[in-house]
Ligand binder design. Structure first.
Ligand SMILES: [Zn+2]
Length: 338
């Protein structure tokens, strides 16, 4: 399988993360990507560089003012704060009378959903490269490659149209889906990351041409908390084109694969012509960040079930945190889907 990869994705380095009130080091490390890269190369998959398609595929799913903020935020922060530390907000606005300020601290709170998306020197170059990789994978699928994998890092599925969140800056899966839509009339996104893909849901919530199905830990008890409930089904023209299948936090293979079967039923009923797979593997029993227990065999079964859709597919990497098993889990899945 062709694996779209850019070393530029390694230059982003988040420094801090708040877990249970403690400030710890960020689990979204560059090492995650190199574990996966090295494993897929060992299995014989072919690394290729992304095409540089410019801002157009990004602006197709993100607001221009948000993209301009991401590009400038690091310099604006340094000029304002004189700080070497990574840019991090301390206020998030809420309520209809809040307005966007021009200062960098206020803008950080405006354009970020939580404190898990610091902006460092490498953030924009890495996020830009990841988005180009997703768009490239979609183009390669349009050009007749059955399955292409974009090894995106940082991940993307928590990023909304105008907001970074949860280690995500640009929504790579949405970029890929929108690119596929230029050729295919009906596109589905299947998100198997253990966290709900709230950014992807938001971007397509009122769209009837892109179906979004997500399986994830129950948001009543699990990040991102406010989205991913079973009764969130889309609105307006998108009514019925969002499907959320949460499972109990801590689940293993049984509930995970049952949720997957329901998501695949929904996708088949939508009758898409192409698929984006938001491939997070943080439901794994080996994952140091997640709290779930899906086995290696469970992920192989997942891949077999997805393969039966028999759809052209752009695969986009989401979560999955650094461990010796991470690369092997992803490579096992690619071996089956390829
Ligand atoms: Zn995740």
């Amino acid at each position: 399988m062709q694996v779209v990869w850019s070393a530029q994705q390694l230059v982003h380095h988040g420094t801090r993360f708040i877990r249970s009130g403690q400030i710890v080091s960020s689990p979204e490390t560059a090492e995650r990507a190199t574990f996966i890269r090295d494993a897929v190369v060992r299995r014989g998959h072919e690394l290729i560089g992304p095409r540089d398609l410019g801002l157009a595929p990004i602006l197709a799913v993100h607001d221009a003012d948000f993209v301009a903020f991401l590009q400038a935020a690091r310099n604006d922060w340094t000029a304002f704060a004189g700080a070497e530390a990574a840019a991090m907000p301390n206020v998030h606005p809420r309520g209809p009378t809040a307005r966007r300020p021009s200062g960098p601290v206020g803008q950080l709170g405006w354009y970020t959903g939580d404190m898990a998306c610091e902006i460092t020197d490498g953030t924009w170059p890495a996020a830009y490269a990841a988005a180009q990789g997703a768009a490239t994978a979609a183009q390669l699928v349009i050009e007749g490659n059955a399955t292409v994998y974009a090894l995106c890092r940082p991940p993307g599925h928590h990023a909304g149209g105008d907001r970074a969140m949860g280690f995500c800056y640009l929504n790579n899966a949405a970029v890929a889906a929108e690119e596929l839509r230029r050729h295919f009339a009906r596109v589905a996104i299947l998100d198997v990351d253990v966290h709900h893909g709230n950014g992807t849901q938001e971007i397509f919530y009122e769209r009837g041409d892109v179906y979004f199905a997500s399986i994830h830990g129950d948001p009543d008890q699990y990040y991102p908390f406010y989205w991913g409930y079973a009764d969130q089904c889309g609105e307006g023209g998108g009514k019925g084109a969002t499907l959320n299948v949460p499972f109990p936090v801590g689940s293993g293979d049984g509930p995970f694969l049952e949720a997957l079967a329901a998501a695949l039923d929904g996708i088949q009923a939508f009758a898409p012509q192409a698929l984006v797979l938001s491939l997070g593997v943080d439901a794994s029993v080996h994952d140091p960040h997640g709290r779930h227990k899906v086995s290696d065999a469970g992920f192989r079964r997942m891949a077999e079930m997805i393969a039966r859709l028999n759809l052209p597919m752009a695969i986009v990497q989401e979560g999955g945190y650094a461990s010796a098993a991470l690369g092997e889990t992803v490579a096992d899945i690619l071996d089956i889907l390829g």
